[in-house]
Write a protein that binds this ligand. Structure first.
Ligand code: NAP
Length: 332
């Protein structure tokens, strides 16, 4: 393990870009557990870190990759031993702590989650932060008494990683899922994942009054901005909207009317900040009652670290679909 391959993001003269290079264990961020990484994945946040359009990283350089799964090589903490199959997602991995785009990762013990029974590193990274975030959404929705009987449930940014898993998992729980997407070409796939219908995001009238006809039992929103504002105006009384993402903008221009006249709730989730005990519980749910049924359809590509720059470009341009996992180790 003297030298190994990493994708490290630099800030040079104000320009942020990542490059493949060799590194050593001594160069990695500190931690008690060293993992030989088998797979990582690509999320929107990875693209923001690598292209510098997010404000997640306080100090460069940093190795990217907010997701990783593999096998423990060494541990200074007795909770883990050599050979244990584990995953790490979120916290500061790949933002302010060297991440999963590396043949080895070194992380604090509390970040490490044992792989659920029967789940391989490849399956864990197929799910990754995208699927984990949906499990967190389900948790928040259940706590706030959302049920399938409440009415059609909207998923926006449907063609993305979170969107795909939201359709798969919620339809599996008995929800009638309405997908909102900007990509006509993805319609058949979204229906195959479990959506009952697909609405073209460009055909939604975003200029309505403070309260419009209440249509939706609830929503998971990956887009933010005007689409999220529209959801607040069109969700039924006591429905829940989970705000997940900002692919379409970080602003929110709405009124208090949906909240005080319809009892609509706007719920937040942050997968990176999810408490450890809940994190372990949700990963176990992702291997049991929330197990996605269409991993093969959702993961559209297994790529290498060399492909990362091109993948980030298409993610930020909004032209990518589905989910890409990154094979790090030569062998599974
Ligand atoms: N809060 C959390 O803990 C958490 C966790 C994971 C992800 N996120 C955030 O959730 C969002 C989705 O993540 P992801 O990994 O699924 O990303 P992704 O795979 O890139 O998908 C994003 C989707 O958003 C839609 N979109 C892209 N650009 C858009 C635009 N300009 N206007 C409107 N819609 C646009 C597209 O879907 P359509 O073409 O189908 O509309 C795209 O496929 C991101 O903003 C990400 O940062 C947050």
């Amino acid at each position: 393990m003297s030298e190994f391959k990493v994708f490290r993001v630099y800030q040079d003269d104000g320009k942020i870009q990542g490059k493949l290079e060799q590194s050593t264990l001594n160069d990695l961020s500190p931690g008690e557990v060293v993992i030989k990484v088998a797979y990582s994945s690509v999320n929107y946040k990875d693209a923001l870190v690598a292209k510098g359009s997010g404000k997640f990283t306080r100090e460069f350089p940093v190795i990217g990759g907010i997701d990783s799964a593999g096998y423990v090589v060494s541990s200074e903490n007795k909770d883990f031993k050599e050979g244990d199959a584990v995953l790490v997602t979120g916290y500061e991995l790949g933002t302010n702590h060297d991440g999963g785009y590396s043949e080895y990762a070194r992380v604090p013990t509390e970040w490490v989650v044992p792989l659920p029974e029967g789940m391989s590193p490849k399956q864990a990274m197929s799910i990754g932060t995208a699927g984990f975030t949906v499990a967190l959404c389900v948790q928040r929705l259940e706590e706030n008494l959302q049920t399938p009987e409440h009415g059609p449930f909207v998923v926006t940014g449907a063609s993305g990683g979170v969107g795909n898993y939201a359709i798969d998992i919620l339809s599996g729980l008995g929800y009638e899922v309405v997908a909102v997407s900007g990509k006509d070409s993805e319609k058949e796939k979204l229906l195959a994942l479990g959506a009952s219908k697909v609405i073209d995001r460009n055909e939604i009238d975003l200029s309505g009054p403070a309260l419009e006809k209440a249509q939706w039992g609830g929503a998971i929103d990956n887009v933010g901005g005007d689409i999220l504002a529209w959801l607040t105006r069109t969700t039924k009384p006591w429905g829940n909207i989970v705000s997940v993402g900002l692919a379409g903008g970080s602003h929110l221009n709405t009124t208090v009317m949906p909240f005080i006249l319809r009892g609509v709730s706007l719920l937040g989730v942050t997968s990176s900040g999810c408490p450890t005990e809940l994190r372990h519980r949700l990963w176990n749910r992702l291997a049991t009652d929330l197990a996605p049924k269409h991993l093969d359809k959702i993961v559209t590509r297994v790529a290498g670290m060399d492909d990362l720059p091109d993948i980030f470009d298409s993610l930020l341009a909004g032209t990518s679909t589905g989910r890409t996992i990154i094979k790090i180790a030569e062998q599974d």
